[in-house]
Design a protein around this ligand. Structure first.
Ligand SMILES: Cc1cc2nc3c(=O)[nH]c(=O)nc-3n(C[C@H](O)[C@H](O)[C@H](O)COP(=O)(O)OP(=O)(O)OC[C@H]3O[C@@H](n4cnc5c(N)ncnc54)[C@H](O)[C@@H]3O)c2cc1C
Length: 446
């Protein structure tokens, strides 16, 4: 794709939104053209040079249709940005053009029975704090919630804290959205029901979400508990037992095998040197039941964080999901990761086979989740990176065992990454006929 970038485009954008909302200096363009793709050495090589020609930061939803119409007229690509915490280069403008930074759209628009409607740029931590003051809380959020926006989570994420109870984004957690299309005359769509799947995890390729309605739950007082085990299999069995026990309310069940906990510097002082850990968020009051369950599996409680410190200090969720990889990377920059879905019935067997083949090269890390109603272990295993060839050899080995891989070393959405891909492509062709929304990020069918 050739960008027809001209100085007059800059003048037009400034006329539309004002000079303060348009950033042209190289430092800002570079900063706001990046996300956390560098966790992948493969993506790092491909993306580190990519830059937007300009960054536009609207402060009102009403400014967006005119920006899109202008971009359409000049055939300029538009890549939306929330907080830029995605891991796959989703927010990187492959073909230059505009980065549309929506982080100033932060209003809470409505809150009611089981839902909240917000503008897309609100940070999830801000929203969680807002909800907790009203005796409510988010159902699911990523471990990056301190920075990440709701629009970025819905369009670039999948699940996180809370997914053990409420599932992932596709499991009824997104209730509605306002979407802007990229056409000569951009349309403002109100989307609900099955149509939402065309916009969830879309990398901003099928439309731009300016408002989102999500499911919320009554507030719970969460106790954070670290349980340590002598081995990964015992920790996983405990994780499954707890995950399946509907008598204990929980928000997080995360397992990291030895030696990963050694990377968790602030937690390491509570742990045996060779510990495997389960990091938990459980309802305050259920600790005795959980401690007994842990003891049955050979585990001991090593540390707890009381509910009054919840989300006020470094929390256990800061060591889970892809934060696990981050802690490992801080100590060893040669580390990368995979995204894997193990078989809920054969995961021990699969873990053993991987350990036997790659004893030090692959380290097991799991989160127990409820996916489409089924409790299962999802995984972000840590991998010591040697070469791209070796990485894909490991991926093929996982797949040969029946472990499904969602490749985090590609920035392209395709049929491997989602089941409803064909409908998404159809929607894209209608909403973005010139292919200007985040071009290169979705594989178009023939
Ligand atoms: C340490 C670490 C831990 C992580 N943990 C998790 C986790 O637990 N769960 C998880 O799901 N993810 C996780 N992620 C990935 C990422 O942080 C989350 O998905 C996060 O919600 C992205 O939000 P963001 O605002 O930063 O989005 P961005 O990175 O800015 O955007 C993500 C994608 O969505 C598009 N987009 C953004 N806003 C809009 C909009 N309004 N309309 C249309 N498209 C839009 C962008 O173009 C981009 O393609 C993690 C990443 C890191 C680095």
């Amino acid at each position: 794709m050739t960008v027809r970038w001209k100085e007059e485009i800059v003048d037009e954008i400034i006329d539309l939104v004002g000079v303060e909302q348009v950033k042209l200096d190289p430092e800002t363009r570079e900063k706001l053209s990046k996300d956390y793709y560098w966790y992948s050495p493969v993506l790092n090589e491909l993306l580190k040079q990519k830059r937007a020609d300009a960054v536009v930061i609207p402060s009102r939803e009403e400014e967006i249709p005119a920006i899109l119409a202008m971009a359409y007229r000049h055939r300029v690509p538009v890549t939306v940005r929330g907080a830029g915490t995605g891991n796959y280069g989703q927010a990187v403008p492959l073909h230059g053009g505009l980065v549309l930074d929506l982080s100033r759209l932060t209003d809470v628009l409505a809150v009611g029975d089981g839902f909240v409607t917000v503008q897309c740029g609100i940070r999830l931590k801000t929203l969680e704090t807002y909800l907790r003051k009203r005796n409510l809380e988010l159902c699911i959020y990523p471990s990056t919630y301190a920075k990440a926006t709701i629009g970025g989570f819905v369009c670039g994420g999948s699940g996180g804290i809370g997914s053990i109870t409420w599932g992932n984004l596709w499991d009824g957690n997104v209730l509605g959205a306002v979407v802007h299309t990229m056409e000569e005359q951009p349309r403002r769509l109100t989307v609900s029901g099955d149509d939402l799947t065309n916009y969830i995890h879309n990398y901003g390729t099928t439309g731009i979400l300016t408002q989102v309605t999500i499911r919320v739950a009554p507030k719970t007082d969460w106790l954070q508990v670290v349980v340590q085990f002598a081995d990964g299999e015992s920790a996983m069995r405990f994780g499954e037992k707890l995950a399946r026990d509907d008598g204990v309310r929980k928000r997080l069940v995360s397992i990291s095998e030895h030696p990963i906990p050694r990377y968790f510097i602030p937690l390491a002082k509570y742990l045996e040197p060779d510990a495997t850990v389960a990091l938990l968020e459980i309802e305050n009051g259920s600790e005795a039941a959980v401690e007994a369950m842990a003891a049955e599996c050979g585990g001991q409680v090593a540390h707890t964080i009381p509910p009054d410190l919840y989300q006020k200090t470094l929390g256990l969720s800061d060591f889970t999901w892809n934060h696990t990889t981050l802690w490992a990377l801080k100590t060893d920059p040669t580390i990368t990761y995979l995204q894997a879905q193990f078989d809920g019935h054969r995961y021990i067997e699969q873990m053993r086979a991987i350990k036997e083949r790659y004893p030090d090269e692959v380290l097991h890390h799991f989160e127990w989740i409820r996916n489409n109603g089924t409790i299962m272990p999802t995984s972000l295993p840590i991998v010591r990176y040697r070469s791209k060839e070796r990485l894909y050899e490991i991926i093929r080995f996982f797949e040969s065992l029946g472990v499904r891989i969602f490749d985090p070393h590609t920035f392209v959405l395709d049929s491997d990454s989602r089941s409803d891909y064909t409908n998404m492509i159809k929607k894209k062709k209608v909403n973005d006929p010139l292919g200007l929304l985040n071009p290169g990020k979705i594989k178009l069918l023939g």
